[in-house]
Design a protein around this ligand. Structure first.
Ligand code: HPA
Length: 248
């Protein structure tokens, strides 16, 4: 079974043939909402809306541990695809484009970011050199090629705390650090997946130019954002459908 975590603009998977919904409790609390089980083609899929069905949970308020535990342990998903909206920093990442990042820089703070913080248990360190699963990334990219949809291969995802957007100077700094796109939910989601040893990859949808870039030079305008996301999500669903079609 493949898990899909939908972010802003993707609170449900329209092409999912839903079989059941299940409210799951985990040792780390409640996930963002009920898990939706179904099928896309032959592939069993479990879907979770990261911000809740009514989009009420802010990035810093998401219970990432419960979400990952519910998908990987309770539902037993063998892989997790994250769909996440981002601001574009690099010149070839304008609003509406899709990217499969290959690296992460984490600027978040104060989030419950590990499963390994229980009392007397020995200290655990996990390798995170390559934060995204290579094979799952390749599958996403191959599915995009098959679907004839343009997806940028690679990029450094900067995870910021939010919920406020960044200043232009902060984006300058992120760019100097090597970041290509910026979002608020990529961490600790990715490292928690690694702790659970479940393959994890992300497909990012550029919702807007990051602060100080492109038409966000003076301010980030929200009016066009929803439409950009909705249009792009049609393509994201296409990529996911092709990925599922290839699974036997
Ligand atoms: N910054 C951070 N997160 C985001 C942005 C942004 O510009 N756009 C969408 N998610």
């Amino acid at each position: 079974m493949l898990a899909v975590i939908g972010g802003s603009g993707l609170t449900q998977l329209a092409n999912l043939d839903v079989t059941r919904r299940e409210v799951v409790r985990t040792p780390f609390g409640e996930p963002s909402g009920a898990l939706t089980f179904g099928r896309i083609g032959c592939q069993e899929v479990v879907f979770l809306a990261r911000h809740g069905h009514g989009h009420t949970i802010p990035p810093h308020g998401v219970n990432y541990r419960a979400n990952l535990w519910a998908l990987a342990r309770s539902a037993g998903a063998a892989g997790v695809i994250s769909v996440a909206s981002v601001g574009g920093i690099r010149a070839d990442l304008p609003p509406g484009s899709l990217a499969v990042p290959h690296q992460i820089i984490d600027y978040t703070w104060g989030r419950n970011s590990t499963f390994h913080d229980n009392g007397d248990a020995p200290v655990v360190h996990v390798d995170f050199t390559e934060p995204y699963d290579r094979a799952l990334r390749e599958r996403l990219l191959a599915a995009a090629v098959e679907a004839d949809l343009a997806v940028v291969d690679g990029g450094v995802y900067a995870a910021t705390q939010g919920p406020r957007l960044e200043t232009a100077a902060e984006i300058d700094r992120l760019q100097r650090d090597g970041a290509d796109m910026v979002g608020m939910t990529g961490m600790p989601e990715a490292s928690l997946a690694r702790e659970l040893e479940v393959p994890y990859a992300a497909i990012c949808v550029v919702a807007n130019w990051a602060a100080g870039r492109g038409d966000s030079v003076r301010a980030i305008r929200f009016d066009a954002l929803e439409e950009v996301l909705q249009r792009a999500m049609v393509r994201v669903r296409g990529v996911i459908a092709h990925l599922c079609a290839k699974t036997r």
